[in-house]
Every structure is written in structure tokens, then in C-alpha cells.
Design a protein around this ligand. Structure first.
Ligand code: ARG
Length: 464
């Protein structure tokens, strides 16, 4: 028998019952649901809406139910539709009439709004902690490679020499922005919606601030229609998660390239690689490929949520029940990816010699050759042209710029002298770029210091 049987003449069709039921996925909100209900019951007693004894019975019953669900969630039934009605039904069965008072001055609409917010803020905290670990791993790895020269690329063509640390710290910047994006999303989701009721609050003298305080929210939602129908916070969080995935995916793409024998810049640890069922020689970067692949499903969740919300009139609509699976999947996926990604980085072997060899080909010092002439007074555009001609000659002869003799160089520009070789050496190209943000070891060390302070501050401060 349904809770609303009074109004109905017929039992619900069984396919409709299954179609309508969300317990198979919203059961994971049981902790938030029960915690929220305990705060609500305590507030009802404080306000004299129910008695202290009733509140005590409700709390004791809810705690037992929490333990029972934890032990065996098959006590939850599709007939009771969702986690909210399941908990209420179990409570009433357990403690009798007092259980029926729990839903006073409350609707499932504000209840689910509360539960999902509580769940989302916990997820936000976990993802943030995982990002901070990834940042620590990056800073540590970078500090070992401030002198590991590698080619920097544009258009996937070797461009200018950088260091492996410089490259890693670019990702550290991205992930540090992701941390602050989560902080921002958290700040906006930190409002307690319970008390919004079905859509228009309640005539009972409830105390919303008290519930907010009990549940650790900084504030309460300010409009009841918005309180039950706002899912912006999920959109923001899923969009922050999508951006994290995009960053992880770019990084994965590079790891996949670096593992190829054509690059051979790194080798992943055996524990983070897979073999082939037919080709005995293979060692595949499946983890990185899966992270790249899973990015698509997270974007899918974001689009699901955006599309779900775009045509909804105020206030609650059942469409919003679809928010959970999309968000759960996005959060589960990013957590799973971060869990394997960080140790994959920590355990990989860096092939510094190959990186350096790659940087010494491909004329990555051509800009520095032009700069050398420009520093001797030749306008940069002319210096650029001379260097272009030299590159052309070198390509024809299959040599590098530093293989040309000074007399050969002088044929193209009299400003060349013996000091050119030092000026266009890989270490000079990297070491000379000491500007903040640049690849010179001392510049990257400054970047690492800044990120380390960031990690420390963010680890110390919680999300609020
Ligand atoms: N299971 C529902 C959801 O997830 C709970 C709210 C139901 N409210 C309603 N009026 N049907 O959205």
C-alpha cells in the first residue's frame, strides 16, 4: 500500500512502480537522509512541534536503521519508492506512531534537496583531497627534474627546450585552479534548503537556522521555490569535475605519447600497465587511455544535468530525480581516475637521456640563435630570417645549428663569433629563461615553492 493510498482508488501499475522508483540508486544517500532527519526531528522538538520523547525515539530508531542499512541494504524496497520513504517506513515499523511525526513540516522535495547537497559537499571534499595529493606528487616529481631538459612542443612539433619539471608544473597550475574551482562551488552549495517544504515552506514554527547549524551549513536558502528546485550546485560541481577530467585527459594523452617507442620519454611501472593477449612484446598504457576515455562519460553527465534543468517550470519536477545517477557517475569516475592516476605518475620511470636527445634535435635552439643575433644589434626580424636560412642549410646537410663552423655562420651574418655555441646550447636555452613562469631551474623552483605553499594552505583550511 502506498503512502498516498488515501487519495487513490487503485494500486499503482507494477511497471510504473519500477519506473518511478529511485531506491536502486538513491539508497546511497541513506546516511545523509538519516542525518538530515535527525537534525529535523531535534529541531521539531526544540520548537515544541513534537515532544522530546518523540524526538528521542525517532533518533534512536534512525540510528538503528542506519546500522541496519549499513549491514544489509536489501531491507530497502522498491515499493517504498525512494530512500526518504524507505527510511520513514522502516522507522514507523520500528517505533510506531512517533515515526509518523517525523515528516511534519517537511516534504520529500526539500528533503532530497538537502540530501543531495550534503552528499555533493562530501564528494567535493574528497575530490579536493585527491587533487591536493596529486599536486604534492607533481611538486615532488618536478623537484627531481628541474634540470631534466626535454623538448617543449607546439602543434606537436618540437619548439623550444624546456624541462620535465616545467612541463609537470604546467599541470600543477591546472590542478590548483581545479582545487579553487571546487572551493568556489562548495561556497555556493553551502546553504541549507530544508524548511522550503514542498515549495512554500510551512505554517509550523520551524527553525531553519538550527537545522543548518546542526548539519554544518553556513547559511540557509533564501527562497523556498528556489530551495527545492535549484540544482546549480550540482551543475557547478559536475562542471568542475568535467574540467578536472579534461586536464587529466590531456595529461593522459601525453603519457600515452611518451610511452610510445617513438618518444620513449617515460616507462610506466608494470603495476600500472597492461599486456596484450596476442602480442608478447606489448606494454600498454591502458590506465591513461581509460582516464582519457572516461572523460567523455563525465561530460555526458554534465550535459544530462544541463538538459534536465533547461525546461523545468518552478518548482520541483520529477525530472530532477535524474540528477542523481548523472552526478554519482561523474563523481565516482573522477575519484576512480584520480586514485590510479597519482600513483601511476609516482611510479613511472623518467628517461631523462631520451628527453634530452629529443630536445637536441628539431632545431629547438633556433629561437635562441635568432635572439643571439638580436642581442648583438641585428633587428629581430632580420635575425629570424638569417636563422631560417641556416636551418634550411642544416636540414639539407642533416646537421644541427651548432654543427656549423663560425666561418660558415659568418657567410650568413658577420655578427656570429665563437660565443654562439654557448648561447645556443640546450642548457643556455633553458637556463637563460629565468623570467617568472619560465623553464630555467630557478624559475621552476619558484613555481614549485608557490605550489607547495598553496598545498599547505589548502590542506590546512577546510572547504569553508
Ligand atoms: N525521489 C525523488 C527525487 O529524487 C524525491 C522527491 C520526490 N518528490 C516528489 N514530489 N515526487 O527527486
Amino acid at each position: 500500500m502506498k503512502m498516498w493510498a488515501g487519495r487513490f482508488q487503485k494500486e499503482i501499475d507494477s511497471d510504473v512502480n519500477d519506473f518511478n522508483s529511485s531506491i536502486s540508486f538513491d539508497k546511497r544517500l541513506y546516511k545523509q537522509d538519516i542525518t538530515g532527519s535527525m537534525a529535523h526531528a531535534a529541531m521539531l522538538a526544540e520548537q515544541g512541534i513534537i515532544t522530546k520523547e518523540e524526538a528521542a525515539a525517532i533518533t534512536a530508531g534512525l540510528l538503528e536503521i542506519m546500522a541496519e542499512i549499513e549491514a544489509d541494504d536489501s531491507i530497502l524496497s522498491a515499493d517504498a519508492e525512494d530512500i526518504h520513504m524507505n527510511v520513514e517506513a522502516l522507522l514507523t515499523k520500528k517505533i510506531g506512531p512517533a515515526g509518523k511525526k517525523l515528516h511534519t513540516a517537511r516534504s520529500r522535495n526539500d528533503q532530497v534537496a538537502l540530501d543531495v547537497r550534503m552528499y555533493a559537499r562530501e564528494e567535493c571534499g574528497s575530490i579536493r583531497a585527491q587533487l591536493l595529493s596529486l599536486l604534492s606528487a607533481l611538486a615532488k616529481l618536478a623537484s627531481m627534474h628541474t634540470a631534466t631538459v626535454m623538448p617543449g612542443y607546439t602543434h606537436l612539433q618540437r619548439a623550444q627546450p624546456i624541462t620535465f619539471a616545467h612541463h609537470l608544473m604546467a599541470y600543477a597550475q591546472m590542478f590548483s585552479r581545479d582545487v579553487t574551482r571546487l572551493n568556489d562551488a562548495y561556497a555556493r552549495m553551502d546553504e541549507m534548503p530544508l524548511g522550503s517544504g514542498a515549495l512554500a515552506t510551512s505554517t509550523f514554527p520551524i527553525n531553519r537556522e538550527s537545522v543548518a547549524e546542526k548539519l554544518g551549513f553556513s547559511d540557509i536558502t533564501k527562497n523556498s521555490l528556489d530551495g527545492v528546485s535549484d540544482r546549480d550546485y550540482l551543475l557547478e560541481l559536475t562542471s568542475a569535475i568535467s574540467i578536472i577530467m579534461m586536464h587529466l585527459s590531456r595529461f593522459s594523452e601525453e603519457i600515452i605519447l611518451w610511452c610510445s617507442s617513438e618518444f620513449s620519454f617515460i616507462e610506466l611501472d608494470d603495476a600500472y600497465s597492461t599486456g596484450s593477449s596476442i602480442m608478447p612484446q606489448k606494454k600498454n598504457p591502458d590506465i591513461a587511455e581509460l582516464v582519457r576515455g572516461k572523460t567523455g562519460r563525465v561530460y555526458g553527465s554534465l550535459i544530462t544535468l544541463l538538459t534536465m534543468m533547461k525546461g523545468l517550470p518552478l518548482a520541483y519536477n520529477k525530472d530532477m530525480q535524474e540528477d542523481k545517477e548523472a552526478f554519482f557517475d561523474a563523481a565516482d569516475t573522477v575519484k576512480m581516475c584520480l586514485k590510479v592516476f597519482t600513483p601511476m605518475l609516482e611510479t613511472m620511470r623518467v628517461k631523462a637521456d631520451n628527453m634530452r636527445r629529443a630536445a637536441s634535435g628539431g632545431f629547438t635552439n633556433a629561437t635562441d640563435c635568432a635572439d643571439y643575433l638580436a642581442k648583438k644589434g641585428l633587428p629581430f626580424r632580420d635575425a629570424y630570417k638569417v636563422t631560417g636560412q641556416l636551418v634550411h642549410v642544416c636540414i639539407e646537410r642533416g646537421i644541427g645549428l651548432s654543427d656549423l663552423t663560425v666561418p660558415e655562420l659568418k657567410e650568413y651574418c658577420p655578427l656570429f663569433s665563437d660565443d654562439v655555441y654557448d648561447a645556443i646550447s640546450l642548457d643556455a636555452c633553458v637556463g637563460g629563461r629565468r623570467v617568472m613562469g619560465g623553464p630555467a631551474p630557478e624559475s621552476v623552483r619558484r613555481q614549485i615553492d608557490i605550489i607547495s605553499v598553496f598545498i599547505e594552505n589548502q590542506t590546512r583550511g577546510d572547504l569553508k
